[in-house]
Design a protein around this ligand. Structure first.
Ligand code: BEZ
Length: 306
């Protein structure tokens, strides 16, 4: 079976008509009919209901359509990813989730630029889910994100697990508490989570942390981004769970308290196209670990080649 068969079948299934499908494919109708017939002979099943108008797919045809689309999508991703890996210019496009700006991202990128001034570096703020699509489409080369997801075309390295803290307005009943707070103590508060979209997002990570602790917040309000959540905390609208590095964002009307619950952690991930071992990526990973060493941050070193 050739990719051509898949392309022809998908066009026919989408157009539900041989003439329109042939036009879309810029071929004549008879070769299209022959290729579909050949495909059915190879598979030894009918994909199209004979004589149906508009054209209908058989059960096997509908099944084949779903999987043929997936294969064609994968082939397209493979094309863009390979072109990007093979490009000779020294460029590095980095995607990052907003909260990493308050962590080590600025130090790491400054260190990288100082060491490799010949590499043209660009930074793009995007969620972890957006990073996966951007990696596949070749818009970025690496993403610093927070959500663990399974995708065979993406290689993910967990850089470290960052503790989370709770952000409270200064007049909150716990704002002066010295000892760590437990999630169960926050059950009467309105929980502000971000980002609202796309999902899954850090919002789901926080909600699942509450669910695992069997705590249901009094209300959950989804907001667009971290800065909005912090502004609403300052305004007394609720509380938010944020990575501890966000404490660097000194907000006049927000206080941060540590949490006692174990496993209230958020991973920081380094995601690249699977098999991409370009020197730019290896060097960026090394710069990250060098900054961790200097700051005494614990991590489990991994190499791209590993
Ligand atoms: C960190 O805070 O550990 C971090 C943030 C962005 C990129 C790499 C590491």
């Amino acid at each position: 079976m050739e990719l051509r068969h898949l392309r022809y079948f998908v066009a026919l299934a989408e157009e539900r008509n041989y003439r329109r499908a042939a036009e879309r494919l810029h071929i004549a109708q008879p070769p299209l009919s022959r290729q579909i017939q050949q495909l059915e002979e190879m598979l030894e099943v009918a994909l199209v209901e004979k004589g149906s108008r508009p054209l209908l797919l058989t059960e096997a045809g509908a099944f084949f359509l779903v999987h043929a689309r997936q294969v064609l999508d994968q082939v397209r991703d493979l094309q863009t990813m390979t072109q990007r890996v093979g490009k000779l210019e020294r460029r590095l496009s980095v995607g990052f989730v907003a909260s990493t700006l308050y962590g080590e991202l600025p130090d790491i990128m400054r260190r990288y630029r100082a060491l490799y001034p010949q590499v043209e570096v660009t930074l793009h703020e995007m969620t972890t889910v957006e990073q996966l699509a951007a990696l596949k489409e070749g818009r970025i080369d690496v993403g610093f994100g927070r959500l663990k997801s399974e995708d065979p075309s993406i290689r993910r390295i967990v850089l470290r697990e960052e503790p989370l803290v709770v952000a409270l307005p200064p007049d909150h009943r716990f704002s002066r508490r010295e000892e760590r707070l437990r999630l169960t103590e926050l059950a009467h508060d309105t929980l502000l989570v971000y980002p609202k979209a796309p999902r899954p997002s850090f919002a789901d990570q926080v909600l699942s942390i509450f669910a695992q602790a069997n705590v249901t917040p009094a209300a959950v309000v989804e907001v667009r981004e971290l800065q909005i959540a912090m502004g609403l905390v300052a305004a007394g609208q609720g509380i938010a769970i944020v990575p501890e590095s966000v404490q660097a964002m000194h907000h006049r009307n927000v206080v941060y308290r540590r949490l006692a619950d174990q496993h209230v952690l958020s991973p920081i991930l380094f995601s690249v196209r699977n098999g991409d071992r370009s020197p730019e990526l290896e060097n960026l990973l090394a710069a990250t670990y060098a900054i961790y060493d200097e700051l005494g941050i614990e991590y489990a070193a991994e190499r791209l080649a590993g």
